[in-house]
Design a protein. Structure first.
Length: 213
């Protein structure tokens, strides 16, 4: 009496039946999830399973076996996966790990590296150096560093002259009048300065330790 095809395959130690596509496969095409679980799946079905999960932005991908709580091991999957798909998985894993952290991308065209504020919300970050290209940019408004200008004023930086003036103001540690926004230079004396421009509020005092931008 002939047994079923599955029984015949099971009797052959060089074959197995994939639990997803239910096709008989050679052992060379069986996916292995070391030290986690040993459910029989072919590598092609595992790759499709991973791809479907990544399209839903699932980073920690479980074994597709029914009621199995084990996760697929990325290093074990790498040899059988297309490089582009593995890179996408790594990107999703990184994005998941960084949830809750402030992050920005380097605004320089030839870089675009991801920069993370590892201090979380405890410290407000503005001026930032990209660890990849070493370019200086504003972490808060995600543009090249607008020296001498506040984030809400970065849009008024029109040309190279504005950029150069902003760098000069930062180098000289000039401060802005909080009312009219004109620069005031501290030459000597105490830390109180007064704007010489006719502001709406008469003779506004500016302290060196305030309005640091």
């Amino acid at each position: 009496m002939e047994g079923s095809e599955e029984e015949a395959v099971g009797a052959n130690s060089s074959s197995f039946v994939c639990q997803i596509c239910t096709e008989p496969m050679s052992l060379s095409s069986q996916f292995k999830n070391p030290n986690r679980c040993v459910h029989p799946f072919c590598t092609e079905c595992i790759i499709k399973h991973i791809q479907a999960k990544l399209e839903d932005n699932v980073a920690n991908i479980k074994c597709p076996a029914l009621d199995c709580e084990q996760f697929l091991d990325p290093p074990s999957c790498r040899p059988v996966m297309p490089t582009q798909l593995f890179v996408k998985w790594c990107d999703v894993l990184v994005d998941t790990a960084l949830l809750g952290f402030d992050r920005s991308y380097c605004p320089y065209r030839d870089c675009s590296a991801l920069v993370v504020n590892e201090c979380g919300g405890r410290k407000r970050v503005t001026r930032c150096v990209c660890p990849s290209c070493k370019g200086l940019f504003c972490f808060r408004c995600k543009v090249r560093w607008h020296a001498g200008f506040r984030c809400e004023e970065s849009g008024v930086v029109r040309d190279a002259h504005d950029v150069a003036f902003g760098w000069l103001a930062e180098l000289k540690r000039w401060r802005r009048c909080p009312e009219c926004r004109h620069f005031v230079e501290h030459i000597g004396g105490c830390s109180d300065m007064r704007c010489r421009k006719a502001c709406e509020v008469d003779r506004i005092a500016i302290r060196l330790r305030d309005h640091i931008e």
